[in-house]
Design a protein around this ligand. Structure first.
Ligand code: B12
Ligand code: SF4
Ligand code: SF4
Length: 362
């Protein structure tokens, strides 16, 4: 068998296992420095768009160079894991509106995706080790590469584009022309050489260009997500995203106090020339953890695949969890219900403080 055929065969095995594990797409890109993305990233950072997320300014060299994270890196494998409901049904949101329940973002209505996805990526690493190392054992997986999901300086969306899995929308999401928008991105950086841009993985042949950046966006003249973001966090002038004005940032990541968050977002609005802005609705919506407005507004939802059941186990509970229920919850119960879910990132106190004044009165 030629070297090319061997690589192709290994990639097919990886793809088959990933589908068995529930991933809906698998692509591969050559491990190399991300030059265009670095430029976009640094511009966003210098504009203040990262708000208080200091970790985004750390490890800048590693972030754009996979070889610094995995010495000898040759390939970046990218996988998509669906978390939403299929075809445009917005999960609990309809029911919650009726029951007056505050909203938790769809990505956080089940088990912690870091654990769920990382465990599956390890299985794929083990397969790669078994196929490529002579003396393969459990430890072999560590020698062959590393798995990443949302917790390391890895440009996950940019790699998904490079691996041919989709394009970046105006709401900043990686959108797959085959599998829609509600997908997590899992990454494996490996020292093993694999085929890149496997045409079988790319539904839309237009994506097979050298300039495989978000310039090949398929948003066209649509601006539904920009209109859906009442805080103005998505800037019309080309794909920019300002976390200082984002409810998702404010309700999950922000460690500043509420006044500071509001002041920073007012300043961001003023930078945009909106001097009469009364301040954003950052804490003025029904969202108490995350925000899905710009995601739900997107027409690409119509082709979403059914999310993994692990990501939906708390859906029923959350659809009935009223403002009162949240206010009466104590730390012990919070841990019992949500101990192994993404809600732990913010913690109970912050979630309770995210309930907007407007919503409390309902
Ligand atoms: C920090 C972070 C956040 C921050 C900031 C989000 C942001 N838009 O930057 C906050 C807390 C607000 C956030 C919110 C959410 N997040 Co988040 N988040 C991240 C994290 C950890 C880093 C993202 C980052 O580096 N941002 C900085 C910007 C500049 O980089 P970027 O968005 O990756 O964009 C790069 C490329 O896409 C490309 N690019 C984009 N536009 C353009 C335009 C041009 C011209 C060019 C050349 C390149 C280019 O270059 C950029 C880098 O320079 C990633 C995980 C990871 N390690 O990548 C998850 C991640 C982006 N988040 C994710 C999710 C699911 C969410 C939420 C839906 C959760 C929620 N409902 O609350 C929201 C969505 C909000 C939104 N509209 O983006 C998923 C996205 C999956 C997808 N299909 O896109 C990720 C990839 C985690 C994962 N592994 O699944 N998130
Ligand atoms: S997550 Fe919400 S606040 Fe943030 S950009 Fe999207 S719609 Fe705007
Ligand atoms: S809502 Fe429209 S503009 Fe926004 S990402 Fe989706 S297709 Fe693109």
């Amino acid at each position: 068998m030629s070297e090319t055929e061997t690589k192709k065969e290994l990639f097919e095995k990886i793809k088959a296992l990933s589908f068995e594990l529930g991933f809906v797409a698998c692509g591969c890109a050559k491990s190399e420095e991300l030059i265009d993305d670095e430029l976009f990233y640094v511009t966003s950072k210098n504009a203040g768009f990262f708000a208080g997320m200091e970790y985004l300014s750390r490890n800048m060299e590693k972030r754009f160079n996979p070889g610094l994270l995995v010495p000898g890196a040759k390939s970046v494998l990218v996988f998509l894991a669906p978390f939403g409901r299929a075809a445009g049904q917005n999960g609990i949101d309809g029911k919650a509106v009726k029951s007056n329940a505050p909203l938790v973002s769809e990505f956080a209505r089940g088990l912690d995706y870091h654990t769920v996805i990382r465990n599956k990526l390890y299985k794929i690493l083990q397969l790669i080790a078994k196929e490529t190392l002579k003396d393969s054992n459990a430890a072999g997986a560590k020698d062959i590469g590393r798995a990443f999901i949302d917790s390391a300086p890895v440009m996950e969306r940019a790699w998904a584009v490079k691996a041919g899995l989709g394009f970046i929308g105006k709401n900043n999401f990686l959108i797959s022309p085959e599998h829609g928008i509600k997908n997590f991105i899992g990454i494996i950086i490996t020292k093993v050489e694999l085929p890149y841009f496997s045409p079988a993985q790319i539904a839309d042949k237009e994506l097979l260009t050298d300039d495989n950046s978000s310039a090949t966006s398929k948003c066209g003249t649509c601006s539904k997500c920009i209109n859906a973001c009442k805080n103005g966090a998505l800037r019309c002038n080309g794909y920019a995203f300002d976390a200082r004005r984002c409810t998702s940032y404010a309700t999950i990541e922000a460690r500043e106090d509420a006044e500071e968050i509001k002041n920073n977002s007012k300043k961001a609005a003023a930078d945009d020339g909106l001097t009469n802005n009364e301040g954003p609705g950052i804490f003025n919506s029904k969202w108490i953890f995350g925000c899905d407005e710009c995601m739900n507004a997107c027409p690409w939802n119509r082709i979403n695949k059914e999310g993994w059941p692990e990501f939906r186990i708390n859906e029923k509970l959350l659809s009935k969890a009223t403002v009162k229920w949240w206010q009466n919850l104590d730390e012990h119960e919070f841990k019992r219900f949500f101990g192994d879910t993404p809600l732990m990132r913010a913690g109970l106190k912050k979630i309770q403080s995210n309930i907007s004044e407007k919503y409390k009165k309902r």
